[in-house]
Design a protein. Sequence first.
Length: 718
Amino acid sequence: MDSAVPGPSALDRELALEQAHVDLVYKHLKKATKSAKKVASEGQKLYRSDRQSWMREEDGTAMFERDAFAFQAARRLAELDAEHEGLVFGRLDHTDGEIRYIGRLGVRDDDYEPLVIDWRARAAEPFYRATASNPMDVVRRRVLRCRNDKVTGIEDDLLDSSSTTELPIIGEGALMATLKRARGPRMRDIVATIQAEQDEAIRADYRGVTVIGGGPGTGKTVVALHRAAYLLYSNRRRFERGGILVVGPSGLFMNYIERVLPSLGEDSVTLRSIGGVAVDALDLIASRNDSAEVAPIKGSLRMVPVLKRLVNLPLAEAPELLVMVKGEPLRLGSEQLARIRRDVLARHKVNAARDAAESAVLDALYAKFPAEFELDFEVFSELVTDAAAYKMFLHAWWPDLEATEVLRRLSDPSVVAKVSTELSPAEQAALAGSFDFDDWSVADVALLDELTDLIGPIHADAEDEPLIFLPDGTEMSELVTTADLLSHHREHDPDAEPYDTFAHVLVDEAQDLSPMQWRMLRRRGAEASWTIVGDPAQSSWPDPDEAEQALTDLIGNAPSRRFRLSTNYRSPAEVFALAAEVVRRAFPSADLPHAVRSTGVEPLLLTTTSPELNTELARVLSELAERVEGTIGVVAAPSQLPALATAAQPALEALGSRVTFISPLDVKGLEYDGVVVVDPDQIVEESPGGERVLYVALTRPTQRLVTIDVDGRSAWRP
């Protein structure tokens, strides 16, 4: 008796159909790669002339232009392979029968017909904008889950149910399926699941300032990164030449997002944490955060006049200058020298003013020289500047300044008292005691950058010129040519700015920036367009009005547009309900998004005592690891974090890299499948933003939240 053999399921048939198209795409892309390599090899042979033949420049240019796409495709294919994400991720079935495939880059066949449309192209917009109420002539939207070149899953959305076209609908919907996936150590792109309101912000006009707001979990960060990729695609000449700077809240955050743009085929973007923005001018990246007492002082605009006075304050009391010329003693007193200093600094930056200051001193000395000697000014100047007493005076009176050396002076309470009249005695004491010169803070970087702008570049002396020829006896481990040495030499420009500038600046977690940090960013984007991403309800800056004023000042009269992301895709509804109550009490005007997912699991609110905390935390981590598949974050106040991480090491041996111990400021922008918030009241006490920073910690989990109150402290609870 013959047994019936079941035929392939609808899912199997659709997977095979999509796999056939993906195979065709990779076939043509690899063909383009092979062609590029062949053209490159042939081009090298043609240009290696024996001087009996030669190629015209325009022939080489045409060859380059013809194969530029192939070279770009090969580079981007390698990046996509490294990400283990599929090149093709979407398909649109239109009412007229047309089928469009959407991917991370465009690919065409031999007849130049599109096999895949780049996700940033206008033809791809319906993939993100079409809805059931406005299907945009799309019957079915399909998302393909791929690993490398293999199709592993399909999720469909039926957009036009009135269409007579019979298309199979598979899966529960791409977005909800993606949200259930476990988190890893790096942020994924959302290019396959961008929602309509997100797509509108991504494709907004580049000119002026674009502000993207929304509560936790609304996808602000990843939308901003996709916007950077879109800007490069739609205005490549402008933004690739001028550069795009992406600024985030911490080094951990930048590591988390660093693969998003390359996975979208873009690697010409500069990523810097806010503590590393000034690395161009300072060669310094900071990660340490100041205390809740000190951070508002250093970030306030009151520091601008403080730093100006500090720069103008001589390192020592103005000495008297006494030189002998032709036996005549010439003297400039401290008051006259102080007046010269004020006059010069009114017109020049300190390090650029040395020549002007020396000229003013020589003029003042020459005015005192007896006229009967009839000594030419040039000869007089040479006699003065050759004198040892004058050289010693000038070095002490007008030394070259470095920003770090100037800021160190604020650790001296007597100096702080002289220059910080805007600060109260308590604030002056807190400021003076806050510096660690071996570990500058994130807030210090903005102060150092302000000082760099005030003092200007170091005065260039002739003896500082690099040697072209190596001195005798020098041992070199590699060959260094004269051309190599000259390549590092640049013409000194006293008016050159010490920092990089960009055509577009994208700032994430902008609500945390202090006014001093905004000044630092504006130096790097004076002529730039801007994308500003943030949520005031999550701000660690204690004065929301001051932060909003800084943004208003930045926008000025420039064209601007605001977008609000209204849906929380990250937080389970049960978790967000608790977090929303906490922030609403501290910040009634908080913009609270709608949480669309429910796990059915309420947050677990535990209590313990200080002696039992380590044991309780180990137990919680062990149980949580069994209930979630991916990452776990332990958020605690900075003062508690090191001891907790050390005590938990034995319990972490079985969990490995799944668990991260992190401060509430460093957790900005990150997410974990499970989160343990230790001693929430201590977090509130140590954070400049108080309950708003706790709100950030409570909204990090995608699945489960556990809080542990210690020694009966539970004032944070609604």
